[in-house]
Ligand binder design. Structure first.
Ligand SMILES: [Zn+2]
Length: 162
């Protein structure tokens, strides 16, 4: 029996930052404004969009391409931004191939809570590297104690390639 595999339904950034007033903000708007790319796992900043690692990933190579524009809708992305997003997904694919010897990729977008979006107000595109036969051992990487250190190591590798 084949099982539908969609990591971004369960593994995505699911937290919202809070400012001093305790009001919830949007991490995809807030993080690029900070001068903390390494701390916030931003790998690359483009003109219209940036590449960030998922802090709660399905695995340590789980990246997201995010427009700076706060929108939940594909229709609101400018043509320039749409093109750059695809280019950054391609660049992510190449970097993941080089850094982690990825053999395949799942690319996906969740539009709306009903589709499993953790942050449904600010559109983001997932790219998850895959390896032949990885479905059996991948859950190991979801171990919360293992992932943070793995993420930092992978961050450095990917950043250099980008
Ligand atoms: Zn936002």
């Amino acid at each position: 029996m084949k099982r539908l595999w969609s990591p971004w339904r369960s593994a995505y950034i699911d937290t919202f930052s809070e400012d001093a007033s305790g009001k919830a903000g949007c991490i995809f708007c807030d993080y690029p404004l900070l001068d903390q790319d390494e701390g916030k796992l931003i790998i690359f900043r483009g003109v219209h969009a940036f590449v960030i690692m998922n802090l709660f990933p399905y695995n340590s190579g789980h990246l997201m391409v995010v427009p700076y524009l706060h929108t939940r809708d594909l229709d609101e992305l400018t043509p320039e931004c749409s093109v750059e997003i695809i280019q950054l997904l391609a660049r992510s694919k190449n970097a993941l191939t080089k850094a982690l010897s990825a053999q395949g990729f799942n690319l996906g977008v969740n539009l709306g809570k009903a589709a499993g979006a953790g942050i449904d107000d600010h559109i983001h595109f997932h790219i998850v590297p895959r390896w032949n036969g990885d479905t059996n051992f991948m859950p190991v990487f979801a171990d919360i104690k293992v992932v943070p250190e793995e993420i930092r190591k992978t961050y450095q590798k990917l950043k250099q390639i980008f």
